[in-house]
Structures are given as C-alpha cells and as structure tokens.
Write a protein that binds this ligand. Structure first.
Ligand code: PEP
Ligand code: MN
Length: 360
C-alpha cells in the first residue's frame, strides 16, 4: 500500500486537540435510549456516536440488534445533536442500508475481519465510498489477516481508513475479556505509521473499572483515538452491560487522561533520551549475544542426548529452571508473566535446536 498519508486525512482535517472519541451504546435498544444517550453526549468531546444495529453474538438466543429500524434513530441523532454517526456492518445488505441512511463511519467487527470472503464482500459493497471505514482486529492475534483486510478496502478505493484495536480472544482466562497483545498493535503502527489506530478499551477489558487504565496505555502508545461504549443505565443494557460507562463517567475519563506528545524539541530532554537509548542498545546487543551463547550450550546438550538416545524434553529440569528464574526475576522487578513468556520462548528455541541435532 503506497500513499498511506491520504488514509489519515479525514482525521487530520478534523484538527482535534484531543484523541478522536467514538462513544455510544453497545447496541441501539429503543429510540428513547438512543436519543437520551446522544443528548447526554452532544456537548462533550465525543466526535462520533456509535450504536450497534446488528449485533454479532457468540451464542444465539441473546439480543441480536434492532436491525434497520435503528438506522433511522441514528439519522435523528445527527439531525438533533449534530453528532456524526457510526455503526458496524457485516455484509453487503448492511452496507447498503447504512449508506442509504447516511451513516458517517462504518466499522468491520472482529468476527468479520477473520473472514476474507466477508471482508471482500463489504469492500465491494463500499467501493469508492467517501465514508470513514474502520477495521477491527480479527478475534485471533493474526497481523496478516488484519493487514489483509486493510488492503482489501484500500484496493476498493476507500480513502478514509483506520483500524480499531479491540484485543484478542484466548482459551486461557485472564483479567481481560480480550487480551490486548499491545505488541501486535505496535507492529501494525510500525508497518503503517499513517494509518489511524483507535483503541477499544471496552471490548479489551469487558469491565468498566479497567477502562481508564487501558485508555491511558493506548494514549501512551500514540493511539489516535478511543472507542468507548457508553450507556445512560449500563447495568440494564441489553448487551455488554458490565463494560459500559455512563456519559458522566466518560467525560471524567477524558478529563483525567494524560495526552502525551509524540516528542519534544527541548535540548536537555533530547540529550538525556539519546543517552538512555544508547544504554538500551548496548544491553540489547548483550542480550542477543548471551542468548546465542546459551543456544550453543544447548546444542552441546543436544549432541549428548543424541549419543545416548535420550528424549529432548526433560520436564523436571524445565520446571526447576522456570521456578528459579521466576523468583530471581522478582528480585529484579520482572513480573512472573514476563519471565514465564520469555523462558517459554527461549525453551522453545532450545527444543528446536536440539530437535534439529537429534534428527540429523
Ligand atoms: C461492538 O463494537 O459492539 C462489537 C461487537 O465489537 P467487536 O467486533 O470488537 O466484538
Ligand atoms: Mn459491545
């Protein structure tokens, strides 16, 4: 994709002095609910009013959205409050209806991004539109799938593009509803620095208490905006009740967030920063050097095991190493989660090396 600068002109042209804010209920429930929340949000920093009209539910039997009727309510929101509107589209029919009702921003949901067929159908239906189109990450942590969706829309000549990071599902239960895997979002920013990236702390956390923290992390990582589910009576929302915040709480969150600058021109700041970065560079080289040496030793063990026909995986020894390193890591201020992840990766590389030797 060349000319990615053009993709963000819709955002730059808004000339905002704060992150872009997309807020509104998970689902449009009734006309009164949609209008009430919109009225409570109209004189805030909110730029786009979101509401799900067709709701993709994991299991059937839950509220599946009000359908096309809700698009009329969004039109009324725009007329009465001046807020621009946003909704999720998941097939050609949704796109056609959303365009007919002049919805300003359409997003592709996480369950759609996983399917190139669906993404292509949506891209074809949107071909050449001047609406803003945002692509949520796929439910599984697959950067190519996410980028592939952006490319399909770009190829369909959609000029106003962006992505939404809403976290990734996993079998493991964690404190998140969807694990953020920040590194993946950072990799995407590195590949396409101009592509606007919005964070969705609501679907990442699943819990309203955690929304502020995740939003702050996103801003610290130079995200361009936030999508936060907002409802006047969150506990009684028809979907995603636990993660929605009230309009008042949203305003408080926006006030409390520290908006970081991308850089600063002050000389002292810059010289201190380069000094610290130089130290990091040296340490990174040492890390790679040490890891290389460790692998050489591991190769030696592989040779020995091969001679004696002993299995590569020695669970007891591995558990011992892990336990000891977690304790030692703690004394250096390293979290158990990090030490575990790092040693799993090192161990995997070690196994790969030894497998190669044993099979040779
Ligand atoms: C939503 O934004 O309400 C939604 C369904 O999100 P996701 O596609 O991220 O699950
Ligand atoms: Mn939701």
């Amino acid at each position: 994709m060349e000319n990615t600068k053009e993709m963000r002109s819709w955002l730059d042209d808004m000339g905002l002095d704060h992150p872009l804010v997309i807020a509104g209920p998970c689902s449009a429930e009734t006309e009164a609910q949609v209008m009430r929340i919109a009225n409570e949000l109209k004189d805030t920093d909110v730029n786009y009013y979101r509401a799900g009209i067709w709701k993709p539910r994991t299991r059937p039997g839950n509220f599946e959205g009000v359908g096309a009727l809700g698009l009329k309510w969004l039109q009324k929101v725009k007329e009465e409050t001046g807020l621009k509107t946003a909704t999720e589209v998941a097939n050609r029919a949704h796109v056609e209806l959303a365009l007919e009702h002049d919805i300003d921003l359409l997003w592709i949901g996480a369950r759609s991004t996983v399917s190139p067929f669906i993404v292509q159908e949506i891209a074809d239906a949107l071909e050449g539109t001047d609406k803003v189109v945002l692509i949520k990450n796929p439910v599984n942590p697959d950067l190519s799938l996410w980028l592939g969706a952006v490319e399909r829309l770009h190829t369909a000549n959609i000029k106003k593009l962006g992505v939404i990071h809403r976290g990734f599902s996993s079998y493991e239960k964690t404190k998140y509803r969807n694990i953020p895997e920040w590194q993946l979002a950072i990799d995407l920013q590195t590949r396409f620095p101009d592509l606007p990236i919005i964070n969705d702390p609501s679907h990442i956390t699943g819990k309203r208490d955690m929304i502020f923290d995740v939003s702050q992390t996103a801003l610290d990582l130079n995200f361009d905006g936030l999508m936060i589910e907002t409802h006047h009576d969150p506990d009684n929302a028809w979907s995603d009740a636990a993660q929605q915040v009230t309009p008042d709480r949203l305003v408080q969150i926006m006030t409390d967030l520290r908006i970081r600058k991308e850089s600063d021109s002050e000389a002292e700041y810059n010289s201190k920063l380069s000094n610290l970065r130089a130290q990091i560079d040296i340490l990174d080289h040492q890390l790679i050097d040490t890891l290389g040496k460790r692998m050489k030793v591991s190769d030696g063990i592989g040779q020995l095991k091969k001679q004696k026909n002993v299995a590569v995986l020695q669970s007891n020894r591995w558990n011992q190493i892990l336990g000891a390193m977690i304790l030692e890591g703690e004394t250096k201020g390293l979290s158990e989660e990090f030490v575990l992840k790092m040693f799993k990766a090192i161990h995997q590389e070690s196994i790969n090396h030894q497998e190669k030797i044993i099979k040779a």
